[in-house]
Design a protein around this ligand. Structure first.
Ligand code: UTP
Length: 475
């Protein structure tokens, strides 16, 4: 692609009402001028007027025209009509054959957590405070040993945290993984727009305000970074997708892999895990079926009457909460990346974005949302599948997210859940775990993935484990 000259660029910006981006250009140093121009040239200017009119100055209508919103069908955890062990065997074979890689999206800004650094570096475990990245690395090491094949790991970063993330892994010798099996790539960014005028904001006189383009940006980023080609050359057919903030994720789940690859109602493109919603108001995306297509509806888009609707036994009619865990086939990813018909839509979020006030030249830190950020979400790929499958899992087994600094979904609540799950796993193999009279665990337990990635891994160790009331124990 040829690079536009400065006059062409000036003209192009004027034609899309974004000339203000060059307000300070004449007064900048040559380095700053080049930096600003490079950022502007990286934008796909043709699309900007459409994004502004569709998503920034107007709010897209999220209500669905369809009247047929049904709960998405799912493989229920306690349903004995399907054979878990059959699918576990399929999944285990895929792992033994080296067909599976892990994929973590770690490019988010983590504003709610407010941590100064990539979220994956955040201390997450109950006693030793291992960082999230280490928990996943140990899970992959253990799974690689269990199935006799190293499991490659693809990690999506953003320009905001890429260098720090790579340095963290280098500093920690990739936590024991072979460096050639850990691949980092950066996602793209989107400009942040002034909510009223639709003008792109300047973060500094020589810099546009931008934000990572959402976890849905993964599809393009996997492609242009060469990661899809790398997977294909390694013979990888399936990706185990998870977010960076859930230390309890079952990193490569054989049953889930087997269902995705072999269940009669799976198209083998993209599958999802769900947990039963804690209640009608829980703020998680919900699995619905619209016109026969399984998809995730954001909690804010779900009509309240549907969120609250119950069945005859009093349970929620729409029980399926998304925990952002998927299996995605490499072939599907490659098809999505190369075919414009599979382009994912943008979602609009109103945020507070610091910016240069063009009338004074000063940096402003807004107190109220002043800007629109546009992001793509990976789950918007689900309705593009011919047939996408949902598999129910137990919340305590697989979901202990760290989103906030305190309270719900914080490191504190996650550590508690991790310890409670460890207790459950130990009890399942006969270890006596002290409990309070109200049933909660009277100990703090940290279970390394190197010791167990599934309860059965503890069988051979159970006899030697003793836990005293009130103990802090690391296994
Ligand atoms: P969240 O929706 O929790 O966003 O991301 P966040 O940016 O991490 O946190 P907040 O909302 O600012 O507090 C869910 C997952 O998607 C990844 C995150 O790193 C996390 O694993 N993500 C999000 C990306 O990889 N890129 C993005 O652009 C956004």
């Amino acid at each position: 692609m040829s690079t536009p000259s400065f006059p062409t660029l000036t003209q192009a910006l004027a034609s899309i009402n974004q000339s203000h981006l060059l307000t300070y250009y004449p007064s900048l140093s040559p380095d700053s001028q080049s930096k600003l121009l490079a950022q502007i040239k990286a934008l796909d200017l043709r699309h900007i007027p459409k994004w502004v009119s569709e998503y920034v100055t107007a709010k897209p209508d999220a209500t669905t025209a369809s009247t047929s919103i049904n709960p998405a069908p799912y493989y229920a955890i306690h349903d004995t009509s399907w054979d878990r062990s059959k699918y576990a065997k399929v999944g285990e074979q895929l792992l033994r054959d080296g067909k599976v890689a892990a994929f973590t999206v770690a490019g988010g800004q983590g504003t709610r957590l407010g941590y100064d650094g990539p979220k994956g570096c955040y201390p997450a475990t109950p006693i030793t405070n291992k960082p999230l990245f280490q928990v996943f690395a140990e899970g992959l090491l253990a799974a690689g040993r269990k199935y006799g094949r190293p499991i490659p790991w693809y990690i999506m970063t953003s320009p905001l945290n890429h260098a720090q993330t790579v340095a963290f892994f280098t500093q920690h010798s990739h936590f024991g993984l072979n460096a050639k099996d850990v691949k980092f790539f950066e996602q793209g960014v989107m400009p942040s727009f002034d909510m009223v005028s639709g003008k792109i904001l300047l973060a500094a006189k020589d810099e546009l305000a931008t934000n990572p383009d959402g976890h849905g940006g993964a599809i393009r980023a996997l492609d242009i970074s060469g990661s899809i080609a790398d997977m294909q050359s390694r013979g990888i057919a399936y990706l185990s997708y998870f977010q960076v903030d859930n230390p309890s994720v079952n990193i490569v789940d054989p049953v889930f892999l087997g269902l995705h690859a072999a269940a009669p109602d799976s198209s083998g493109e993209m599958s999802s895990k769900m947990v039963r919603k804690a209640g009608p108001d829980e703020k998680v995306g919900v699995f619905v079926s619209i016109d026969g297509r399984t998809q995730v509806m954001e909690y804010s888009d779900m009509p309240p009457a549907l969120s609250k609707a119950t069945l005859a036994d009093g349970s929620l009619k729409f029980p399926g909460g998304s925990i952002a865990i998927h299996i995605i086939s490499v072939e599907f990813l490659s098809r999505m990346a190369s075919d414009a018909r599979f382009a994912l839509p943008f979602h609009r979020a109103e945020k507070k974005v610091p910016h240069v006030d063009l009338s004074t030249g000063n940096l402003v830190n807004p107190e109220r949302p002043n800007a629109v950020k546009l992001e793509k979400f990976i789950f918007d790929a689900l309705p593009l599948c011919k047939n996408s499958l949902v598999y129910e899992t137990d919340r305590l087994e697989e979901f202990a997210p760290i989103k906030n600094a305190t309270g719900t979904d914080s490191a504190e609540s996650s550590k508690d859940l991790q310890s409670t799950r460890a207790a459950r796993w130990l009890e399942s193999v006969g270890v006596k775990v002290p409990r309070h009279t109200n049933g909660t665990v009277n100990a703090l337990i940290e279970l390394s993935p190197l010791t167990a990635i599934a309860p059965e891994d503890l069988k051979s160790k159970a006899a030697s484990i003793k836990i005293d009331p009130g103990a802090r124990i690391t296994l």
